[in-house]
Design a protein around this ligand. Sequence first.
Ligand SMILES: [Zn+2]
Ligand SMILES: [Zn+2]
Length: 287
Amino acid sequence: MKFRLIDTHTHAHFQAYSKDMDEVVNRALDEGTAMITVGTQSTTSRKGIELAERYDGVWATIGLHPSHLHKQEFFDDNELPPEKRVTGKIKTRAEWFDADEYRKLAEHPKVVAIGEFGLDYFRLPPNVDREQMIADQKTSVEAQLRFATEVNKPVIIHSRDAHEDQFEILKKALDRGDIPELGVIHCFTGSAEDAARYKAIGFLVSIGGIVTFSKGLQATVKDIPLEQIMLETDAPYLSPEPKRGKRNEPSYVKYVAEKIAEIKGVSFEEVAETTTNNAMNLFKLKV
Ligand SMILES: [Zn+2]
Ligand SMILES: [Zn+2]
């Protein structure tokens, strides 16, 4: 079966869908939208694989998000199960990237990439020195780049307010001969220049719901060639227009495709076909 659209970055296995996960997944699949459900720490990486095992058209990734490196009271109650909730907030435990643990998960045939990991200078955990946090994030990125090289899989990079440092780390890794399978900068909101620099080192960018309401990102996307673009929702977060303010879900990736078609003055089908091919090639998806 050939899929029409691929939501290349979703969290369909998160707690936000505990009551209706199968409905949400089927709603997308029934419309011909496949998805890659992305892990953010060891527990959610494992849960993503469990979901991917149950469906054709759902694949998983494994990785450690920078927000999980330090212990913090987290504002996000979409991700973790209720028993981890503390007075309405989520307490994340600090986790370090344990290659041995992730190596076992990487052997699963449904695991198509390592990530999401990367640098996030926006969400600063309290009581952690900024310099130390950045140093820890960089160490974690290096460890996961080495790991991706070892297991020969592409990477999904989360980069927020950190494109300078992020680019430098990727470039250095490539110069060393790491990252043979390349990767994607997910939820891309950088400049056209940032996108061009990533393109020069072979990286794709994935565009999410923000493009449906951000004039700045719309202007940027105009200058990014379709051949470099994949689509995503980052569900349950960042719902696109016309679903803004509601819980996001993989089937809404169509609104992202519609907006990109409008911005670029091409057909929906052209956006769908090119971005789906980009995803199939990067993640070596077998359908
Ligand atoms: Zn992210
Ligand atoms: Zn994400």
